[in-house]
Design a protein around this ligand. Structure first.
Ligand code: V4E
Ligand code: MG
Length: 230
């Protein structure tokens, strides 16, 4: 099995009462922090078109999000998060069809793989933790992040990190239950900060991604050869 946790999350549009509601539900504020994310891709956006998202987060390092199970349906997403640099390099080579780059640092393969900066922005985040009341033993904690990007877009996400695919349905049930308790409409989704950034500042790239996504709308029945689950 590939290295990395599975991030199951649902984005929503927070309102002025979201923090108060989190407190009422027993949530605790873990921290408030500010960080800069820089995303990288080829000029043709080969990674994003393959649903892979490479970024460097200031003070935390590199991360590659790659698609989890095929055919995720509903207002949530499921991504495997790779943070170990050799695993990231191996997956980048696989997706971009490159061989012989070894298992070096991510920074060392950016040039050879044609990867360059496509977006960079600062996020202010309040990070909350919460265990749903009345839950059984061994409940995984849910996290709620409330983000505001420096270009004026605010988005929230309810998320769980799990170790294997078998844990995803339970995590999803909790995510949907908490979302509903936060007053999030059942089918509401909200775009990721990066997607809004591209829409505002790189409209041609945004359009290119939209075209790929609309041709992807049909759920996949077979396993995606580029996923990084194993
Ligand atoms: C509705 C929808 N949302 C996201 C995606 C994929 N996607 C778009 S940009 C993107 C990469 C950014 O992911 P995001 O969760 O927005 O980043 P952030 O919350 O800042 O990082 P964290 O701290 O949680 O690691 C993804 C996976 C998609 N294809 N469709
Ligand atoms: Mg997220």
């Amino acid at each position: 099995m590939a290295q990395g946790l599975i991030e199951v999350e649902r984005k929503f549009l927070p309102g002025p009462g979201t923090e108060e509601r989190l407190q009422e539900l027993g949530g605790t504020l873990e921290h408030r922090l500010t960080f800069r994310d820089t995303y990288y891709d080829t000029p043709e956006l080969s990674l994003m078109q393959a649903d892979h998202w490479l970024r460097r987060r200031e003070d935390s390092g590199w991360e590659l999000k790659c698609p989890g199970a095929a055919g995720v349906l509903g207002p949530h997403t499921e991504y495997k998060e790779l943070t170990a640099e050799p695993a990231i390099v191996a997956q980048l080579c696989k997706v971009l069809g490159a061989d012989g780059l070894g298992a070096g640092d991510v920074a060392a393969v950016l040039g050879p793989l044609g990867l360059q900066e496509v977006a960079s922005f600062v996020t202010k985040r309040s990070a909350w933790k919460l265990v749903l009341l009345g839950a059984d033993e061994e409940e995984p904690q849910l996290r709620v992040d409330l983000d505001t990007a420096d270009f004026g877009y605010a988005v929230g996400e309810v998320e769980a990190l799990v170790h294997e695919e078998a844990e995803v349905p339970t995590a999803l049930e909790k995510i949907h239950r908490l979302s509903s308790m936060l007053g999030v409409p059942a089918q509401e989704t909200a775009p990721a900060k990066l997607i809004v950034y591209l829409q505002r500042f790189r409209p041609q790239d945004y359009q290119r991604l939209l075209e790929v996504n609309s041709s992807r709308e049909r759920p996949q029945e077979t396993e995606d050869p580029d996923n990084c689950l194993g």
